[in-house]
Design a protein. Sequence first.
Length: 499
Amino acid sequence: MTAPTLVPYDEVVERFDPVLGLEVHVELNTQTKMFCGCPTTFGAEPNTQVCPVCLGLPGALPVVNRKAVESAIRIGLALNCTITPWGRFARKNYFYPDMPKNFQTSQYDEPIAVDGYLDVPLDDGSVVRVEIERAHMEEDTGKSLHVGGSTGRIHGAEYSLLDYNRAGVPLIEIVTKMIPGTRERAPEVARAYVTALRDLLRALGVSDVRMDQGSMRCDVNLSLSPRDSGVLGTRSETKNVNSLRSVERAVRYEMTRQAGVLLAGERVVQETRHFDESTGSTSPGRTKETAEDYRYFPEPDLVPIAPPAEWVEELRATLPELPWEHRRRIQAEWGISDAEMRDLVNAGVLELIEATVAAGAPAGEARSWWVSYLTQQANTRGVEPTGLPITPAQLARVIALVASGELNNKLARQVVDGVLAGEGEPDEVVAARGLAVVSDDSALIAAVDEALAAQPDVAEKIRGGKVAAAGAIVGAVMKATKGQADAKRVRELVIERCS
């Protein structure tokens, strides 16, 4: 297969208008699957979380998970959708090895939520309204592992392994309407939308939205039209893009690829495509089916869903503050800039800082710890800051010990290191390591006198009025006390002893 001709991005946006459509699949964090009682724990041994229902064995009958319906309604409400008073499941028929029933139970023409929107903030402060066509419930498929070959896909593999643990896990699929008018900002808008949606779902508490674990996946639909023509082009669908950065890259790549096809006088093929993380490129998958190809028909084993209006309103009352509105409020309270807030969000520490402040720490101190030292520790360990073995409450205690004078900044880091090493609570680490600040004047005076006697020339300079020379004595005392002296008090004593 010959490599596609890619058109420079600036030329693409001069000659074409991109039209976006995004489909985001989100695994709901219910304890059990969509239609059976099997657990949904991620990472369990293959094929240990299955039963006759999710394996589609003859005679097994499904039952709808009420919690999944509740989560779907809350998602629809948060996306400003209309919750339909009547809906039902359908069978989406297709054969694939990771579909043990040979059909997927999904919602087709009667989804649970329709006609919504999400106002998406961009980095420059502008807002793009993305209209939502529908949000519907369905079940996830199993997982295929293709062994051998160089791509990890079925082509060229020596054999495939199937894990059905994920089959039947509750999904909500959120489908946007076409997003026109984005032009050169199309990749940015795509990433911003998925980011905002992820943050909203996390705030709702309906999913862990871990794109790296597949609990949130994005399909990118993109087509190009001749600039200002208003004529819709043929779209491609890049499947299962699993990071925010990759969503942006996939849009950008498809724009440059499709422009190359069109400028060569050829036609864009309506197909699914795979995104390659290592190269940032897409490759052909299969010709895209239409709804008729799936032969949808109502699921005969499930009753329709008709959520009472009272229940819908009860769930509406549980909706949290929108994440971006919450950030604006926090930003005003903390007095930080837009850039500083973006840095906190991008570093994944905003919630940790908030929790540390809620535990009693000043906002500035909490930010300083999480943005600098603890983020460095997370990077060293190869984990997210949330994965560090220290809680916001423990950090707040360390900050309080510094504020009370029981620790200085250097000792505080050693205490944090001890907590990270699993040595216990901050006070236990202080006691076990003997890290409390030496504040007893008699002990400090003895250390100061010893340092002055060891450096008589420095002592003479201090007595002669060169107060800056006191730094050398303070440094000597700090070294002698292994950093446990109160440097401010040591300096005061040096001046007093030389006066």
